[in-house]
Design a protein around this ligand. Structure first.
Ligand SMILES: *Cc1c(COP(=O)(O)O)cnc(C)c1O
Length: 384
């Protein structure tokens, strides 16, 4: 690759990020951001975005009936935009809430004062599909059903295909937040009954932060032209329409991040959908091997996990201290992350980014040495 040759001598320190994104990137993606200054209104810059929009649809196997719309912002901007832009005046939003990211969707609906049906479900199990169907049956004014594809706080994988089928059966469409699955777990918008999904460049495609995208059905976006406009900056139709007419983002794009994303998409293609997913699974198997060897317990049964996030319960050991073990690992190039489960202390190890099995083997050596130094007994102990 061109950048590899040119910048080989830069020697950027490689950190292994086991947090749920931003994740470890290649040096070629990092260096792709270093470009001559350019005004993003130039044709040269615009010519990057049309193929990028197509490629983002291709990743989830969408045809010409799907499009993608780019936004400058972190992943949450897509949740905000999809929820507020795609609801007609006489319709209700239906959010399945079983984790911190779907709670965020509920909070966004409340912030816009959207008519909302919230189905609260346990965070450690897949949702009750009969309850989902019951609500759809009893509310014929539901516009969309919203579900988080992969709840990154716990690692729970939701049954999106089944939920999408139910939404369609009752005349609603499906929005799913695929931010922590897109370009990692293979997704097919037709087979998976997805009308809208979304992601952010720093996660699955292994790019940089600041670029996020919604991928969805053109016909629904076009119909949303006449829906209430609840935000000026965060509106899906307005950005879509501007792209279609001019090939540009409505407001200043994250220029350098887009160059990085272009390179990241080339590398995604070179690795391949299946090989990449196999690599993520290899990483997770290595994570689980260490969890089991040291006697740690996970918050969720493996049968309901995505295979991208392991939420590990703090051991009951007076010498355990998350901050200390975090700092010990961080100083040695490994970043671990606190959990997001209110009821119990957990930390997370994630299989995102440009890492492989060997990194995890190295990580566990460091982590175990950290436990020994802290005086935590191995295997770790739990009461009860
Ligand atoms: C990372 C993530 C987001 C985006 O979070 P930001 O902090 O806004 O980047 C949204 N949804 C899920 C499921 C995520 O994992």
């Amino acid at each position: 690759m061109r950048y590899e040759k040119e910048f080989h001598s830069m020697d950027i320190k490689r950190n292994v990020l086991l947090n749920p994104g931003p994740s470890t990137t290649t040096d070629t993606v990092k260096m792709a951001q270093v470009v001559p200054d350019i005004c993003p209104r130039e044709k040269e810059f615009q010519s990057i975005m049309a193929p990028m929009r197509r490629e983002l649809v291709n990743i989830v196997h969408g045809g010409d009936d799907y499009t993608s719309v780019l936004f400058c912002g972190s992943g949450t901007i897509c949740i905000d935009i999809a929820l507020n832009s795609l609801l007609d005046a006489d319709k209700k939003a239906f959010v399945i809430n079983n984790g911190s990211y779907s709670q965020r969707a509920v909070d966004i609906c409340r912030a816009y004062d959207l008519p909302l049906i919230e189905l609260k479900q346990p965070i450690d199990k897949t949702p009750d599909l009969a309850a989902v169907e019951e609500l759809l049956k009893n509310n014929n004014d539901i516009g969309y059903v919203y579900v988080t594809f992969h709840e990154t706080g716990t690692g729970l994988l939701n049954p999106v295909r089944e939920i999408g089928a139910l939404a369609h059966k009752y005349g609603a469409f499906l929005i799913t937040d695929t931010t922590s699955a897109y370009a990692m777990i293979p997704i097919n918008v037709y087979d998976d009954n997805i009308d809208f999904c979304m992601a952010s460049a720093q996660k699955g495609i292994q790019g940089m932060t600041g670029l996020s995208y919604i991928i969805g059905k053109k016909s629904i976006i076009e119909a949303s032209k006449n829906y209430p406009m609840r935000s000026y900056y965060c509106n899906l139709y307005m950005q879509y329409d501007f792209f279609e007419r001019t090939g540009e983002m409505h407001f200043t794009p994250p220029v350098q991040t887009i160059y990085a994303a272009k390179q990241a998409l080339i590398e995604y293609r070179n690795e391949g959908e299946e090989a990449k997913w196999n690599r993520h699974q290899r990483v997770m198997n290595a994570i689980r091997a260490g969890v089991d060897r040291l006697g740690f317990r996970e918050a969720l049964d493996r049968s309901v996990q995505s295979g991208l996030v392991s939420a590990i319960i703090y051991p009951d050991d007076p010498n355990w201290n998350f901050e200390k073990i975090h700092d010990y690992c961080y100083e040695r190039g490994f970043t671990i992350y606190p959990g997001k489960i209110e009821a119990k202390g957990t930390f997370r190890l994630c299989a995102l980014g440009v890492i492989d099995e060997a990194d995890i083997v190295e990580f566990w050596k460091v982590f175990e040495a950290g436990l020994v130094k802290m005086g935590v007994s191995i295997p770790v102990k739990y009461e009860g």
